[in-house]
Ligand binder design. Structure first.
Ligand SMILES: [Zn+2]
Length: 569
């Protein structure tokens, strides 16, 4: 491919609003253009990268017996979530799909997953045990009106996703398919050059089910994983558990009201009263999607986990912070609040608070707190559950070693229902023994643009992108220097370009009439793994200068050798 013909414009400066390296570099190097609110266009270089990623995914899913299908983007409304089964990608809160009416007035949706058509296919095709197991997968654009979408390409509203669905005869088969997908994702991300860890995740509404997510680690992510370096245990912080502190037994003391003016934070309060933050009870307020006020109480040295709280409160519609008026309406005073004397709110207490005696809590009167508050004696919670977020240094639930917190981006998720509950509604097969049995199923999803952005986060330097070989849009970037001074430069480059075409090697040939500085800067920005430079100086030695983009290492390689290499020698 000749660079002079490529639909490409590289930018010298970073786009104003781009903070993450992947966002800056993919735009500056002409891989992606942003078009409007959360939408973007992939340019020819970007499409090449996406195809390379798709190829890796196809090879690895085919290797575990996957078969590719294509399903409609538009589906009848109500066809999704057949029987409350897991959606692909369910560990992420699934936004409402976009709805519209077709010409006949039927309500339709833009599919956020393709479980319903897969179920239809399985119902219609699978009759006998001989047809199982089967893994169907697809690579298709999906539109999610993601409330967390923001600038950059790690979280976008529209992207190609890979969805796969494993269908098996029984739970043992499902377990095999599950393990094979873990293996496939590990291989895919390894080939893409991503450092990824699998972590336990929120199985959402799939009660008793299991969810796993693959996170690309790095400072870019807004997902947090709790990781134990000692035993390898990892879990999404939203659902992670840890060993809880021991609390020495104590006799409950009488409640005592104390003035606490200007105690805006737990730290201020603890300092003012001369106690540790672990001797305080902190109240946080949310409203569920169903409109219910939830009062969450954790110990002052912990933060409340919204996901754990939502799950404990049985809220499927998400949580939002409560307004001051909503808190006051329930008889509590923001800043000085506790559930004592409150009404019309669901009180959820962290189990650590429930077994701690004599804590400091709000007096529901501005400027005052109460000492020696005891759960059960002074107020009765509606629920006691583990709702606190795991902190760095808390003990690993498996081995007890202190855990660390790492940020990253979820690139893939897997979700399945509990043993004995993973049946596909209405899909049955005739077993070997003549008995009719339900098909069991699990769903798997990977986000392609997220993966591409994560690769750039992991593989770049100050000059530009440094693509790993499996992902690079071209194998090599051929740069002609001094072609106007020496006709042999163009002749040689043309020959190398032809050789590459013959050998099936993809080479981007910079044949433009630009200065060496501009050409080198673009080659480094675009990031092909190998840069081949032909100049009068290299030709004087009958050689090509070969630069490894990632390491910067330069070597003079005999021309004949480079030509033979490109021609497939
Ligand atoms: Zn551990």
């Amino acid at each position: 491919m000749r660079l002079s013909l490529l639909f490409l414009e590289t930018l010298r400066d970073d786009p104003a609003d781009a903070r993450q390296p992947s966002h800056r570099l993919l735009i500056r190097a002409g891989y992606v253009r942003e078009l409007g609110a959360g939408t973007h266009a992939l340019l020819p270089l970007g499409i090449r990268v996406r195809r390379r990623v798709e190829q890796v995914i196809r090879e690895e899913l085919d290797r575990i017996g996957g078969q590719e299908v294509a399903m409609p983007v538009v589906q009848p409304a109500g066809a999704g979530q057949a029987g409350g089964r897991p959606e692909a990608g369910a560990p992420e809160p699934e936004p409402e799909p976009v709805r519209f009416r077709d010409r006949a007035g039927r309500e339709m949706v833009l599919a956020t997953s393709h479980e319903a058509p897969v179920v239809e296919l399985i119902r219609g095709v699978v009759r006998s045990w001989r047809q199982l197991p089967v893994v169907l997968y697809q690579l298709q654009p999906a539109f999610r009106d993601d409330p967390r979408a923001h600038g950059g390409f790690l979280r976008v509203r529209e992207s190609v996703v890979q969805d796969s669905y494993s269908c098996d005869r029984d739970d043992a088969g499902l377990e095999r398919a599950w393990q094979r997908h873990i293996e496939a994702y590990r291989r895919i991300f390894e080939r893409l050059g991503l450092r990824v860890i699998p972590a336990g995740a929120d199985a959402g509404s799939t009660e008793g089910g299991e969810a796993l997510e693959f996170l690309a680690l790095g400072p870019h992510g807004d997902d947090v994983v709790v990781l134990c370096e000692a035993c390898g245990h990892a879990a999404d912080r939203r659902v992670a558990r840890a060993g809880r502190p021991r609390v020495p037994p104590e006799e409950p003391l009488p409640v005592e009201e104390v003035p606490t003016p200007h105690a805006a934070t737990i730290a201020d309060l603890a300092r003012l009263l001369g106690v540790g933050e672990d001797r305080t009870a902190k109240a946080t307020f949310f409203v569920t999607g169903e409109g219910r006020l939830v009062t969450a109480i954790v110990r002052g040295d912990f933060e409340v986990s919204e996901a754990k709280l939502a799950s404990a409160a049985g809220s499927t519609g998400g949580l939002r912070p409560a307004h001051a008026e909503e808190i006051r309406a329930a008889g509590m005073e923001p800043g000085y609040a506790s559930p004592i004397g409150a009404h019309g709110t669901l009180v959820v207490v962290d189990e650590l608070v429930a077994r701690s005696a004599n804590l400091v809590a709000g007096a529901n009167r501005e400027g005052y707190h109460l000492r020696n508050v005891n759960v059960g004696r002074d107020f009765v919670p509606d629920l006691v559950a583990e709702i606190a977020e795991v902190r760095a240094g808390d003990p690993c639930p498996r081995c007890g070693a202190p855990v660390t917190l790492r940020t990253g981006t979820v690139i893939a998720t897997m979700v399945r229902l509990a043993t004995g509950r993973a049946e596909v509604p209405g899909a049955t097969y005739l077993g070997e023994d003549g008995e009719r049995r339900p098909v069991v199923m699990a769903a798997y999803r990977a986000w392609l643009l997220r993966a591409v952005a994560a690769v750039v986060e992991e593989h770049h330097d100050a000059k530009g992108i440094t693509w790993p070989r499996e992902v690079a849009p071209f194998h090599a970037h051929l740069v002609a220097i001094g072609a106007s001074r020496d006709p042999r430069v163009s002749e040689t480059c043309e020959r190398l370009h032809d050789a590459a075409l013959r050998g099936g090697r993809e080479v981007l040939y910079d044949d433009r009439d630009e200065s060496p500085g501009v050409k080198f800067a673009d080659a480094e920005l675009l990031g092909m793994p190998t840069i081949l430079t032909v100049s009068p100086r290299s030709l004087a030695q009958d050689a090509v200068e070969v630069t490894d983009r990632a390491t910067g290492e330069r070597t003079l390689v005999p021309l004949a050798e480079v030509e033979a290499g490109l021609a497939g020698g």
